[in-house]
Design a protein around this ligand. Structure first.
Ligand SMILES: Nc1nc2c(ncn2[C@@H]2O[C@H](COP(=O)(O)OP(=O)(O)OP(=O)(O)O)[C@@H](O)[C@H]2O)c(=O)[nH]1
Ligand SMILES: [Mg+2]
Length: 368
């Protein structure tokens, strides 16, 4: 029993209500050519936005369809045609992967609608495989299009495609068969069901985007570390072994400042200077202090008293690099604990010290 049809206005209000605080929802519609994907998109938006037709495949490439004021975007796709089935499925898979690789969760595809025409009375192997692929990315609704008579097909599809969240029968355009008027049906059900899946889909997208976002920040930060380590190495290669520790400090403070900014963490110069000089905590001073420096020089093969001045360049590079890596690891740990939060200077120091102790290049003090 389907619910009585609401007016398009009601539909929009319901969508808006459901989405007010959730941002945009991206729906991907897929299925064999001619099952009525584009027609369904038009029916949902109550407007001719997508080209439809009979005879030959109509939609030739993925099109993002949206309507002013509605935060739902539907990606109408090229039909899975006989002969090019796998090719098109792979293309769609690549498209989804690309969208879902964005650090912005609003760009991800959140929900999938896989369409099967009711008259086909079949779920083919290719369609099952496609559903399985899609369900690996997002919640999927199986849409039975051009609904006329169910005859147990819906239940059968539910059994055949256990990965889908629901099977919904729709009729996107009214039909007259003999003396019977078959009105548009199922659109509300489909939209309502989809909206129920949105919080979960958005959460997934948000979590995935956060990981991507974090990875991107790490990659950018690593680049900063490489640059800083190189300049520290150059400065450190000057022939005065220990005065250069002072000389490379500004490079290291600058590096930490830039990494902080990359992670969107507010730190002031004092906080960073304290982190580097270690006056905030004895543990830090012990780890990166001069004692460790001396030990490091001893550890480097071929380094002796004479080579000391020269090797300091390599040491400065190694220490700066280790400092940077430890700082990145600390920020990742803090972000994973509290993605939106700003760490206090104590939290920052504790996380940093913890990571410093795990850096092989800096572990000399403890082992010596
Ligand atoms: N009777 C009836 N016909 C429909 C319905 N939905 C779609 N059609 C018809 O089916 C034909 C194909 O519809 P499209 O929406 O173009 O199909 P499509 O899935 O987008 O096809 P491709 O773009 O080729 O992949 C058109 O002639 C539509 O009018 C429906 O609910 N009832
Ligand atoms: Mg189409």
């Amino acid at each position: 029993v389907s619910t009585p049809e609401l007016t398009p206005r009601d539909l929009y209000n319901a969508i808006e209500e459901a989405l007010r605080e959730r941002g945009r929802v991206n729906v991907l519609i897929a299925g064999k050519s001619g099952v009525g994907k584009s027609t369904l998109v038009n029916a949902v938006f109550d407007k001719q936005l997508a080209t439809t037709g009979q005879g030959r495949p109509v939609t030739t490439e993925t099109r993002e369809i949206s309507k002013e004021g509605i935060p739902v975007h539907i990606f109408d796709t090229r039909g899975l045609e006989l002969g090019a089935y796998q090719h098109i499925a792979d293309e769609l898979n690549a498209f989804i992967r690309e969208r879902n690789a964005s650090a912005d969760p609003q760009q991800h595809i959140h929900v999938g609608w896989v369409c099967v025409a009711e008259d086909s009375r079949r779920l083919e192997e290719g369609e099952s495989a496609f559903i399985e692929m899609l369900a690996g990315h997002m919640p999927v609704v199986l849409v039975v299009t051009k609904a006329r008579s169910d005859n147990g097909l819906r239940a059968e599809l539910q059994r055949l495609a256990p990965q889908v969240r629901n099977v919904v029968r729709v009729r996107a355009i009214a039909e007259q068969i003999e003396d019977f008027n078959l009105p548009v049906m199922g659109l509300n059900d489909l939209v309502e069901l989809t909206m129920e899946l949105v919080p979960e889909a958005q959460r997934n997208a948000f979590a995935a985007a956060q990981v991507i976002d974090l990875n991107q920040r790490v990659a950018r930060s690593r680049q900063l570390v490489r640059l800083a380590a190189l300049s520290a190495g150059t400065v450190g290669a000057s022939p005065v072994p220990f005065s250069d520790w002072i000389a490379i400090m500004p490079i290291q403070v600058g590096m930490l400042a830039k990494i902080s900014a990359t992670f969107g963490i507010d730190v002031d110069a004092n906080m960073l200077y304290t982190l580097i000089t270690g006056t905030a905590g004895g543990a830090l001073a012990a780890v990166v202090g001069k004692a460790a420096f001396v030990q490091l020089i001893k550890l480097i093969p071929g380094a002796g008293v004479v080579a000391g001045g020269l090797m300091a360049g390599g040491v400065a590079l190694a220490v700066t690099s280790a400092l940077g890596e430890a700082y990145i690891a600390a920020l990742v740990a803090l972000k994973q604990r509290d993605p939106a939060g700003q760490p206090t200077s104590e939290q920052l120091r504790d996380a940093f010290v913890e990571q410093l102790q795990q850096q092989p290049a800096l572990r000399v003090e403890a082992e010596a």
